[in-house]
Write a protein that binds this ligand. Structure first.
Ligand code: ZN
Length: 395
């Protein structure tokens, strides 16, 4: 990966970790207090006394705080740079970093003013966005963008060409002119053939001129991710949400800018099916609801508190689950993975007894630091409630 050269010859040692959440649903809590990363990759996890800590270029004392993988927002709508025309805000990506988001997945650059809808134009825009956001990382946040929106008239060769040019995913199916199950299924399968992942818009129209995508179209299209299964914002009827969970094996994406009741129904259904590994989280922002720097944290707390899910499991929905489904090298604290972390602690004056307890009570944790690819990207968050304890660099 081209970015890794920026982190060459670094050795990061993180010690005095109070609690280590792996992001991996099969083993969400690790018995370790120290993590070592070399050149932006995790090289060792364990007890301080057992690890080689010599030659560190950056030492971080976690001060007993909790280390989790950097959060992944599975559903954003970036446009260009760190600007969104949707609510005309600047620096929204940097604000999300202060909400613990270190990786973003575009569900289509659909808010681009003058967005081209002809096939040559939409392909050019996707390739441009993929290149631009690979090169531009506000605060170090990694943005996977360049997600073309399907339009009638696209042929197999178009998907082959997009894949060869570096495009790895589609924008939400249903936001363009392709809204019928048969055409969507054909294009999704062409995309899949060339290694391009797909997401489908689910539910009622988001804004004027978008449209309803119901359960039958979602099942027919068979996209890799059932995008905002809880609506964006208008959800499908309960029986359709349950049918999507039961009749498909694809990822169940719950978004902040959706219907909270449908989010909980999805969670309860996935839990009953013993398929929590399918649950991933996004904000579906910027949108009519604005930008939400704390959207992913708010979802983790809401699902944990009202969905009766342990906090360490809810964290997996926004880290390891998404990384596995999206084929990312971050999201799980394990040897060989990207050294991308967030340090959290119980917010000051939260009534929870521990950070996990405070999340299960519906409070947000405080963020004390974010590290991306082995580099410190942010210290005490300007957006979360203040963490009780924060890590320190250099001791
Ligand atoms: Zn949508």
């Amino acid at each position: 990966m081209a970015e890794d050269k920026h982190f060459a010859h670094t050795k990061v040692v993180i010690r005095d970790i109070g609690l280590l959440l792996s992001g991996d649903l099969s083993r969400p809590i690790l018995d370790a207090n120290t993590v070592v990363a070399v050149n932006g990759r995790i090289s060792a996890i364990g007890k301080e006394k057992d690890l080689d800590l010599e030659g560190a270029t950056i030492r971080i004392n976690a001060n007993g705080t909790t280390l989790i993988p950097g959060l992944i927002d599975s559903h954003v709508h970036p446009v260009a740079g760190d600007w969104t025309p949707r609510q005309n805000q600047l620096n929204w990506i940097d604000s999300y970093l202060h909400g613990g988001v270190t990786t973003m997945i575009s569900a289509g650059e659909v808010h681009t003013p003058g967005r081209p809808k002809d096939i040559t134009g939409l392909k050019a825009m996707a390739i441009f966005a993929q290149r631009a956001f690979t090169n531009f990382r506000p605060g170090g946040v990694r943005i996977h963008a360049g997600a073309p929106v399907l339009e009638h008239g696209m042929v197999e060769e178009d998907f082959k060409e997009l894949a060869a040019a570096g495009v790895t995913m589609l924008g939400e199916v249903g936001l363009g002119s392709v809204k019928d199950g048969a055409t969507a299924r054909q294009m999704v399968s062409w995309a899949r053939k060339y290694g391009i992942q797909s997401t489908i818009h689910t539910g009622g129209p988001s804004i004027p001129n978008s449209s309803l995508i119901d359960k039958d179209i979602v099942l027919a299209a068979d996209a890799d991710v059932i995008g905002h299964i809880n609506g964006g914002h208008t959800a499908l009827p309960d029986e359709q949400v349950v049918a999507l969970c039961e009749s498909s094996t694809r990822a169940l994406e719950i978004v902040h800018n959706g219907n909270e009741k449908a989010a909980l129904l999805t969670l309860f259904t996935a839990s009953e099916l013993k398929q929590l590994h399918r649950v991933i989280l996004g904000t579906d922002s910027p949108a009519g609801s604005g930008v939400q720097p704390l959207g992913i944290l708010r979802l983790i707390s809401m699902l944990s508190a009202l969905g009766n899910v342990p906090a360490e499991t809810a964290v997996c929905f926004a880290t390891g689950n998404t990384a596995k489904i999206r084929n990312l090298d971050c999201g799980i604290i394990a040897e060989g993975r990207a050294a991308t972390f967030v340090f959290i602690d119980q917010a000051q004056h939260s009534s929870g007894k521990t950070v996990l307890h405070s999340i299960q009570r519906g409070d947000l944790p405080g963020i004390g630091m974010a590290v991306i690819d082995g580099a410190v990207s942010a210290q005490r968050s300007r957006n979360t409630p203040p963490a009780t304890r924060v890590p320190e660099v250099g001791s």
